[in-house]
Design a protein around this ligand. Structure first.
Ligand code: ASP
Length: 454
């Protein structure tokens, strides 16, 4: 059985919905279909979820929301009309959104916001199920409440209650036909609607794939495959074949450094259950897309992708004879721990220790406090925080046991006059990290791409 998830761009209008129906019907093993809320139809269009957020805020502020409500209903009515679904479904959607809005004054702000956000996916799943049925297909909407999608955590940032797997697996064990399931939200034990973070329909799909032990989790989006490098930095990558297969480890390393096509948090349930993930394009369904799985055939000496992420800084601590001082590293990390900051990388020299952290954690106050605490506890010869660091991850299982991979990267950077600020490679050899100054990011990524792929 396959679980398929279709994102907002795949369900933005009736044409797109038609493509979705054809894709699902083309393979009888596609049995569970997770849907997002309708996304943008054109560049400056508004995503339904964004519309709902602004509607919720306006309603809380006591403003008139009639226009927004009409805009919301119209998005669904447009699709219902093309599929000849009749008025009943639009009446149901209108009543549903009015009912949610009527709770604006009664609920806490974040609870109300989640109730409103969930309306995008929930109503879309009902409409998509009706569109399938209108084609004579045995398809039905299944609600997260009835199927046992129980979540915990906070509004807008929910996590799955692990007991949900058993409930969901039971709920799906005896169905026939195709299930249309709304992504992005579930319910707390006491019946409140809660959403995952934005983009959370991916999480729903991944949870259901794990719950039913799917053969594949197909994630349909609007790219043919994952590119080995960010096309905004290397536009010509669009002319070459994307990544056909990668391992979970490779995916994690690339997603960590900003590969935007998927969110590694979102696929944790599928990864833990060892379900292969296939990223595919709704607009080009004949393309095989990118397959992400536990293992793959690896050609020695090859790289799968080069990713880069901005927004890092480097806490530098230098002290003569540091290597002989027992507990130095622990004390340094303890300063960060006390500030609630997790570190990303920790390259070291004989008498110097660098700790790379995300810039977002460092307010001016915090920065001063950290430097002061380092001076007090470690008595270093020098300490400072360097800003504007970009990290570049060169990733590939094919690098294991292959001499010269790192040399190739260094030569490529040297050839365009870039000085490396730090490097880090774990013993897994699945990736190495090169830190450069932010201004050198694009030239570095291009040079590495040319070295490993061109
Ligand atoms: N509709 C939600 C969002 O825009 C969830 C999703 O599409 O995955 O974030």
């Amino acid at each position: 059985m396959k679980v398929c998830k279709f994102g907002g761009s795949s369900l933005a209008n009736a044409d797109q919905l038609n493509k979705v129906i054809s894709i699902v019907l083309a393979d009888p093993t596609r049995r569970i279909v997770v849907v997002s809320a309708p996304g943008k139809r054109f560049e400056n269009d508004v995503k339904i979820t964004d519309l709902l957020i602004s509607m919720a805020k306006a309603a809380r502020a006591g403003e008139n929301v009639d226009c927004k409500l009409a805009e919301f209903v119209e998005r669904y009515a447009e699709m219902a009309q093309v599929f000849n679904l009749g008025d009943a479904i639009i009446k149901e959607i209108t009543e549903d959104i009015r009912k949610r809005l009527s709770r604006a004054g009664e609920l806490e702000e974040c609870e109300f916001l989640d109730l409103m956000k969930a309306a995008g996916e929930d109503n879309n799943a009902k409409l998509v199920a009706a569109a399938f049925s209108s084609r004579g297909v045995n398809a039905r909407y299944v609600s997260p409440k009835d199927s046992g999608m129980i979540l915990k955590g906070s509004f807008g940032d929910a996590q799955l209650d692990p007991d949900s797997y058993a409930r969901l697996s039971r709920a799906f064990s005896s169905f026939d036909g195709i299930v249309i399931y709304p992504g992005f939200f579930g319910y707390t034990r006491d019946g409140k609607v809660v959403t995952f973070p934005r983009g959370g329909s991916d999480i729903t799909g991944s949870i259901l794939a794990a719950a039913v032990c799917a053969d594949v989790y197909e994630n349909f989006t609007d790219v043919d495959s994952v590119y080995p490098v960010d096309p905004r930095i290397v536009p010509e990558v669009k002319n070459v074949e994307g990544i056909q297969a990668m391992t979970y480890r490779e995916m994690r390393e690339l997603a960590y450094a900003g590969f935007g096509v998927f969110n590694d948090d979102a696929v944790i349930p599928a990864v833990r259950a060892r379900i292969p993930i296939n990223i595919r394009n709704t607009n080009h369904p004949s393309e095989p897309g990118t397959m992400i799985q536990q293992s793959r055939r690896v050609v020695p000496g090859t790289v799968v992708g080069v990713a880069s992420a901005d927004g890092f800084c480097n806490i530098v601590v230098e002290k003569y004879l540091m290597n002989r001082e027992v507990g130095f590293g622990r004390k340094l990390l303890q300063v960060l721990e006390e500030e609630g900051i997790s570190y990303e990388h920790m390259p070291s020299g004989v008498d110097s220790q660098c700790v790379v952290v995300k810039e977002q954690y460092l307010t001016k106050d915090r920065e001063q406090r950290i430097l002061k605490r380092i001076k007090e506890t470690l008595n270093p010869d020098y300490t400072a925080i360097e800003h504007d660091i970009t990290i570049i991850m060169v990733v590939g299982e094919g690098m294991c046991y292959t001499p010269g991979m790192f040399a190739k990267a260094c030569l490529a950077l040297a050839s365009v006059g870039i000085s490396i600020s730090m490097v880090n490679q774990g013993s897994s050899e699945v990736s190495f990290m090169i830190a450069v100054r932010a201004k050198d990011r694009d030239a570095s990524v291009r040079a590495l791409y040319n070295a490993f792929f061109a």
